[in-house]
Design a protein around this ligand. Structure first.
Ligand SMILES: Cc1cc2nc3c(=O)[nH]c(=O)nc-3n(C[C@H](O)[C@H](O)[C@H](O)COP(=O)(O)OP(=O)(O)OC[C@H]3O[C@@H](n4cnc5c(N)ncnc54)[C@H](O)[C@@H]3O)c2cc1C
Length: 642
């Protein structure tokens, strides 16, 4: 058997950076309009990435099957996105351009992303806004009626388009509208409350998926000419995160087990502005949008253990530490840097609130300067949400915030065409390893998900389909049989264990372990401890898990147990990735690799690459394969936000 090459080829088109995407589109093989209807594409996921892809593919004429475990596409986690979506329109005339958005994104990601993809993303950002405005998305407008913008972290321009604090919801309604049109037209078959549990690969190509109907437990087979995973991120591996409770890694992890390389699994974004955990029994954390940092000032008392009420601490006894440390970007410093700075001041005993794990986000100055009406128009619903959750009124006292797990830059490795290492399998949105390198800038996830779904995948998938013969819909055959029976066995094993420990307990323990050893900062000794503790926890899970009810019925505990079982395997891949990357970059902060000033210290000579992991078998260490990153347009430089 031929040996698997250790270097991955992203198949980036030649030519100047700014021309690559235009040239690709001009050169790519097309499927003729009359032939498109002969091809069937499975899209798993109906968030912004999945809904936009399914609608666009159907609009082109392909037959589409779209799956979601939710009861409606509108419940995808994308609905929670608050702050906004970036685009290089330069409406403010403040110096923005495609080139600047590209540079900010590569720098923000600490030079661990692919130049060609990021440039394409910046170019497409402008098309997304036009498309969404045409759909009727109610973006905020200024007094003159023009689209308004605000700033997000890691940028010195205002390029974020927003719809109050509900940008994700409004964008999702737009994508859902486009999807619904295609469902009505018969081009999309929508499968709600249906969870993908395995990928079927035959002859080295993705041929379909195995699903479980969540309403009655029925296992079903689905065949298609190509499979697209748009299944979101996996920050919930930390148990406490800002993600919706149901977000999980199962679809991408199952694809990994079937041959798709998983890229940078340990690159996790810790968001600096979340409401701090209040008690031990909490199962969810709430994000306070980064947009609040446009007008909120972050501070802690200068003295340790100062428990006076915020309003009684005079200005000269406050430390506006981001403004002090990073004057050029101040409160809008990127997320990884702001999170670490918050942890550092809390570790010094200067944290606020009952647990000491909190810093102030203070609006008093902005309220005085802009008035309540302007502040309410900008942040009204976020203020109300904060008060509902904490019982404290941010109009009167500063918010308390603390970093929390939020977004996963890691995901399935994809080449320039968004194809994984399994031909016929695509990954889009947060499910792929994306264009954000080691740290995503705020308001760039929605941009990437919609660029993938509306504009990139519908073009690139044509090249693959044009070279393949439409498959029959028949789901018989050894590959389908094997995937189907392995899923049934696994589900039966979960219900047969008969243990006494609830799934939630295992998830919480895994989350604590991952946060401790593979969270905001990582260290060799801790990562090695995690590599020993995860298999032990997994063994305990399979001995003691308590799943009531059967597998062939509605069973929410079984659903969760399957997802946690996958987390317990995937956690090891994450830790291994963090251990092997002997440098700090972006959100990946290895304590051993820091500058004298405590900033992330990259090792470009040895780690200017995407690290991917390839499954080799249950008891084997996965194979590490890399994609070297070439910086031809931008010179590698130390990130500096001072
Ligand atoms: C609180 C919060 C606020 C945010 N705010 C912003 C913001 O202001 N700007 C920004 O750019 N980004 C923001 N983000 C990030 C952004 O919201 C997400 O990265 C993005 O919405 C992900 O979209 P997606 O389509 O890739 O995945 P999702 O929206 O998570 O959708 C995943 C879909 O896959 C389905 N699915 C998953 N697994 C399976 C399976 N096994 N079988 C069947 N279906 C499955 C789900 O049902 C769902 O339909 C925010 C994130 C959070 C947590």
């Amino acid at each position: 058997m031929a040996e698997t090459p250790c270097i991955l080829d992203a198949r980036i088109p030649g030519g100047p950076l700014a021309d690559k995407w235009q040239r690709y589109q001009a050169d790519v093989k097309l499927v003729s309009p009359a032939n498109k209807r002969k091809y069937r594409v499975i899209v798993v996921g109906s968030g912004l990435a999945g809904a936009s892809a399914a609608a666009s593919l159907a609009e082109l004429g392909y037959q589409v099957d779209c799956f979601t475990f939710h009861d409606s596409p509108r419940r995808a986690h994308s609905v929670a996105a608050q702050g906004g979506i970036n685009a290089a329109k330069n409406y403010r005339n403040d110096g923005d351009s495609v080139e600047r958005l590209f540079r900010d994104t590569v720098k923000g990601g600490d030079y661990r992303s692919r130049e060609a993809n990021v440039y394409r993303l910046a170019e497409i950002s402008n098309q997304i806004i036009d498309h969404c405005v045409a759909q009727g998305i109610p973006f905020a407008r200024d007094y003159g009626g023009y689209l308004d913008n605000r700033s997000f972290g890691g940028a010195q321009v205002a390029r974020t388009f927003y719809a109050r604090g509900q940008t994700g919801q409004q964008l999702l309604l737009g994508a859902y509208g486009a999807l619904s049109r295609q469902i009505h037209a018969g081009q999309v078959r929508m499968h709600t409350r249906t969870e993908m549990l395995d990928l079927v690969v035959d002859n080295g190509r993705a041929q379909g998926i195995i699903t479980r109907r969540l309403t009655d437990g029925r296992i079903e087979r689905h065949r298609a000419d190509a499979v697209v995973l748009a299944t979101g991120g996996y920050s919930n591996i930390f148990y406490l995160s800002t993600n919706a409770i149901a977000c999980n890694v199962t679809a991408t992890y199952r694809a990994y087990r079937r041959g798709a390389c998983f890229a940078n699994p340990s690159f996790t974004q810790i968001h600096p502005t979340c409401i701090p955990a209040a008690e031990d029994h909490q199962s969810k954390l709430t994000l306070m949008s980064e947009s609040l940092r446009n007008d909120g000032r972050i501070w802690v008392p200068r003295a340790a253990h100062d428990d006076r009420p915020a309003s009684t601490i005079p200005d000269e006894e406050r430390d506006y530490y981001l403004e002090r440390l990073y004057p050029a970007y101040g409160n809008l410093s990127p997320r990884d840097i702001s999170s670490r700075a918050a942890k550092a001041v809390c570790d010094e005993g200067r944290g606020v609130g009952p647990t000491g794990h909190g810093v102030y986000l203070d609006f008093s100055e902005a309220i005085g300067r802009l008035g309540e009406k302007v502040m309410s128009d900008r942040y009204g619903n976020l203020f109300a949400m904060y008060e509902r959750i904490t019982g404290e009124d941010p109009w009167k006292v500063p918010m308390r915030i603390y970093p929390a797990a939020h977004y996963t830059m890691g995901g399935l490795w994809v080449d320039y065409e968004l194809t994984t290492t399994v031909p016929g399998l695509y990954a889009i949105g947060e499910a792929n390893f994306s264009d954000h390198g080691a740290n995503r800038l705020g308001a760039s996830a929605l941009m990437q998900g919609l660029a993938d779904g509306y504009f990139i995948l519908p073009i690139t998938i044509g090249r693959y389909l044009a070279g393949s013969t439409p498959a029959p819909s028949d789901t018989a055959g050894a590959a389908f049989d094997e995937a189907d029976s392995s899923i049934r066995e696994r589900l039966d094993r979960l219900v047969a264990t008969g243990g006494r420990t609830p799934v939630e307990t295992f998830h919480r323990r895994l989350g604590e372990l991952m946060w401790e050893h593979c969270g905001m900062s990582r260290e060799r000794s801790g990562l090695e401890t995690a590599l020993q503790e995860i298999p032990a926890l997994r063994e305990e899970f399979w001995d003691n898990i308590c799943v009531c009810g059967g597998s062939e019925e509605f069973n929410v505990v079984l659903e969760k147990a399957g997802r946690v079982a996958d987390y317990l395997e995937f956690a090891e891949v994450m830790v291994r990735d963090a251990l092997e990357r002997e440098e700090s970059c972006g959100a990946h902060f290895r304590v051993e690799h820091q500058t004298g000033g405590g900033e992330a210290k990259r090792d470009d000579e040895n780690f200017a690459h995407v690290a991917t992991w390839m499954y080799q078998g249950d008891d084997k260490v996965p194979l590490r394969r890399t994609e070297p990153l070439a910086f031809e347009h931008l010179a590698l430089a130390e990130r500096d936000y001072r």
